[in-house]
Design a protein around this ligand. Sequence first.
Ligand code: PMP
Length: 306
Amino acid sequence: EAGDIETIWQNGEFVDWDDATIHVLTHGLHYGTGIFEGARAYDTDNGTAIFRWEEHLDRFFASGKPYELEIPYSREELTEATLELLRRQDHDSAYIRPIAYFGYGSLGVSPDDCPTDVAVATWPWGAYLGEEALEHGIEVMVSSWRKHASSQIPTNAKTTGLYVNSLLAGEEARRNGYAEAIVLNKEGQVAEGPGENLFLVRDGEIYTPGLSQSILDGITRDTVITLARERGYTVHDQATISRGELNTADELFFTGSAAEVTPIRKVDNVEIGNGDRGPVTEEIQSAFFDLVERKTDAHDDWFTYL
Ligand code: PMP
């Protein structure tokens, strides 16, 4: 409602948006030692609901493990905080951003004396790459930056510091007139986007890089694999995709909580298929939106209703 003060949940309390500040010597600010999530609440036919919140919580807690970053709140507390944020701010649909990081305490690389601070924010956020992108796809470039290998930084943990690589790749693409990047892994195989997983369609079958390719284990990726298999598609979910296969693909698309299902119509100025959203992409995309808007009864256990 207009006039209401926007609210953020910070370390167990609801605080006004403008007051949700941190100390400049916060460990996570200096060393990228935080973990976060990005989920969405949808305005469904059955009311507002968070999509696959339990899986986002699973990944949130798991992401802290390599860093021994223990989140001092329970799943129930985080869930209640998030639902309350949606209620207080009257958000029918929203992007949801939980974050946990080593806070202010000491500035050695070892975070021994640092508390683990936790916050959740929600805000309305439309199509990540634009409405036009959902319908006609985006133009992307293969980045000159490689993704860090999982042997360098665990890529399956959604760590704040990892996103400097995403920024480098994404901004390089945008400086060159593209909407987004595709990032190869250290071995030169296709990994994913800066904030999206990648799918390829060839001869009616669907391929997506496997977890061994140094990707994030995307929740939308899992959703799309499930929806595609339910529709009879063969999905190769542990694929190794070479750069050259991008150009000769029938269709390509990105998936992500922010990006949802976004078609890719050109890579490095080469048209993919007919240079527009392909038929398989369209089918999967409409199945995805039917699902998250609850136009179907399927997978109701994937929804946490307000
Ligand atoms: N890869 C990266 C690097 C990401 O940041 C994201 C967004 N979380 C994804 C893939 C997609 O994951 P999800 O579908 O869980 O949002």
